[in-house]
Design a binder for this molecule. Sequence first.
Ligand code: PMP
Length: 481
Amino acid sequence: MAIEQLISPGDRSVEMVGRVKRSVAGGDSTYSDPGTGQALAVRRAEDATLWDQDGNSYLDYCLGRGSLLLGHTPVDVIDGVHEQLTERGVHFCLPHRLEVKVGEALQQLVPCVDLVRFTCSGTEAVMGAVRLARASTGREKIVKCEGAYHGWGDLEFASVWPSDDGDLGPADAPRTVLQSQGIPASVADTIVVIPFNDADALSRVLEDRAHEIAAVVIEPVLAQCGIVPPDDGYLQEVRRLTLEHGVMLIFDEVSTGFRLAAGGAQQYYRVIPDLCVLGGAMGGGFPVACFGGPADVMQLVVDKTVLLGGIHAGAPLALSGADKVLDRIRRDTDPSAPYPVDHDAVYAGAGKGPGEKKVFPGGPPGTLYTRLFELGDRLRTGLAAIFSDAGLSCVDQGVGPMFSVYLGDGDVRELRNYRQVREFARVDLYASWQAEMQKRGVYLHPHQFQPMFVSLAHTDDDIDRTLAASEGSVAEIARRL
Ligand code: PMP
């Protein structure tokens, strides 16, 4: 399939990207342009496609940083929000039917959840979960993985993208690097950083310091240094060690929730945390997140020993988006087991054994997750084949609908933690490929560390067009090397 005309940034996009900088500090609110990308200001979006201000269209694999699991314009989500808006009201700050519906859906779908608490963002939900863990245990420190992102709250924003310029510390006992100026330096003493996929490192930390650690907070699949899946058995070992040492385990499922399975990574990998954080895909693009866990763990929130706030927490418009997303997941995931879903059945259908990674969760073939995995696997392996046919070194890894194709140097097969990613990845080369893809009507985030996502709105034809665009793009960057 030939891609004939190359798109160059049009005047209107360039003008708008320039103009936004004059009123919005830093140029946009979500760091969409790390400085390597070509100007792209959006006019509108539909299904899997974005249109820029100049009328050019792009297949979108960034998808609102993964929040658009069903695509840009799923009819039922839009209808649900519209109905809420026009017939029921915008905001109440009083109990309402959507809190009931979404709360009950989360209870039914997510294995560790009996009770939830809604927030507007993943950042706030992580803050709530960590506060609860501290209050429950009476301890102050948390353990997190190098390269993992848990939002930008002061108490969690450390060692996400520590730079080589600083002193990173030993690979098996990384130094805590605060990610922003303005976070009190003393916060670093409350965060212990470990490498991902290294259960021995966690074991050593817990042996020495479990008495001062409230929780291990973990992204079951690292998603902010590209995608780094857990080794077989790693999450099980993290669960075993945290139980053994009486430390809480918090799964931050803002990226994995509702993407890997109806019950998220905890269902997919069959490891049940004490608390989990959900957001991202849950709202269908609307700003809603939550944290949740078993009733006994959530008790301190119930009795208001742990306090949280937010006039827009649980806001009806955002919850009406979540209501329709969760409805769709329940309907499509297992048509043979009508709602309410039986938790034991969910587990039985979730996998064949802890050693087997390739598990197709959530119901019979043809359902939502099978489709997302097919699309993601086909695109990831197709892209990787194009790079290796061109003699370029790449590592492709991911879990179904979330994946990365890392471009780098050397004969490397797998990247198991942040340091391996940093060592291998050539961010500049990736940015060149991204720019060529954008010229050919495919939008990926310009930074290598932001993963690619597929949605249910992508079609097989979209994947074919993307692979064709990549043929041309890879030929172009190979020519320049
Ligand atoms: N945790 C993880 C794992 C995330 O991926 C994100 C968002 N990228 C967050 C927390 C923060 O969520 P939000 O952007 O909604 O604050």
